[in-house]
Ligand binder design. Structure first.
Ligand code: HSE
Length: 310
């Protein structure tokens, strides 16, 4: 048997309201588990996928973890083979960065097996190719926090410039996943390609306000800045009960609430765990009133990114 590793990579909240494609953070759970084994036979072989209800393709070229690994091994001219087993421990099409967690796990695991030829940040472009496969665009606001942990700003895509942002320790995220599916590809296609200048001014004011609020632990500023006047008005139409569930979070004491990634999950930020828990319960009740079941996750901003678990 060849060298083998089992890793966990976390779910992520992308966009964070005002930062479409440029802001994201990782949460402690849920996430994906991936086992990667080096073999003599060249090529990447998917041995097993569990937890995907049979929805994911079984060929490596069509799988985000497979694509990320392929990108990495091409760069280092590794000539052996790889076997992977993917255990999806998080919902797909949920806005929690499911495809990104698999891609991040793949790039991270392969890098570990090869003796870390790359720094973690340099793995991001490999995992971004997984996103290109999953939704047609190689955005980094899920894969960068999934790989690096923490809260990140993608200041630029060309060249790629990723800035980790410190967050207050007490900051807690609530994520609620209503059991409906929204494909990122569809949720990107419905977006307007041009933005009125007045909306752009509001949005970049909020991005700067959010980052400043996080760095200064200014909760009121964080709350005021968690607003999205460009994407949310369009995408919220895909989420039944969006306004009611958002209002439930605000009434329960959240600093702010918006769509997580491309939805249908919503995320909220709170100043302490008790409030974050209250937000989860209030939102779950609001969805239930509309007959929609949901799962909730309460977590601080994950600081680790992927970890070796076996
Ligand atoms: N920034 C991406 C989008 C994240 O909103 O389409 C997808 O999860």
């Amino acid at each position: 048997m060849g060298k083998k590793i089992k890793v966990f990579a976390p779910a992520t909240v992308a966009n964070v309201a005002c930062g479409f494609d440029v802001l994201g953070f990782a949460v402690d759970s849920p996430g994906d588990e991936l086992i990667v084994e080096m073999t003599d036979r060249p090529g990447i072989q998917i041995v097993e996928i569990t937890g995907d209800e049979g929805k994911l393709p079984r060929t490596a070229e069509a799988n985000t973890a497979g694509v990320a690994i392929q990108q990495l091994i091409t760069q280092v001219a590794y000539t052996g083979g790889v076997k992977i087993s993917l255990h999806k421990k998080m919902p797909m099409g949920s806005g929690l960065g499911s495809s990104a967690a698999s891609a991040a796990a793949g790039a991270f695991a392969m890098n570990e097996l090869l003796g870390r030829p790359f720094d973690t940040e340099d793995l991001v472009p490999f995992a971004m190719e997984g996103e290109r496969l999953a939704c047609g665009t190689a955005h980094a606001d899920n894969v960068a926090p999934a790989l690096m942990g923490g809260f990140v700003l993608i200041r630029s895509y060309d060249p790629l410039d990723i800035i980790p942002i410190d967050t207050p320790k007490e900051l807690i995220a609530t994520v609620i996943y209503p059991q409906i599916e929204v494909a990122t590809k569809d949720a990107r296609q419905i977006l307007q390609k041009k933005v009125p200048l007045t909306d752009a001014i509001t949005q970049w004011g909020n991005v700067a306000g959010l980052v400043t609020g996080l760095l200064k632990s200014d909760y009121a500023l964080i709350g005021r800045s968690l607003q999205d006047v460009i994407i949310e008005p369009v995408r919220s139409l895909l989420i039944p009960g969006f306004q009611e569930v958002k209002m439930a979070a605000m009434e329960a004491g959240a600093l702010g609430c918006a769509i997580s990634g491309s939805g249908p999950s919503l995320f909220s930020l709170s100043q302490d765990k008790a409030t974050a828990q209250k937000v989860a319960e209030a939102q779950q009740a609001a969805f239930l009133k509309l007959g929609i079941e949901s799962n909730t996750y309460v977590s601080p901003v994950n600081q680790n990114g992927p970890v070796v678990i076996g």
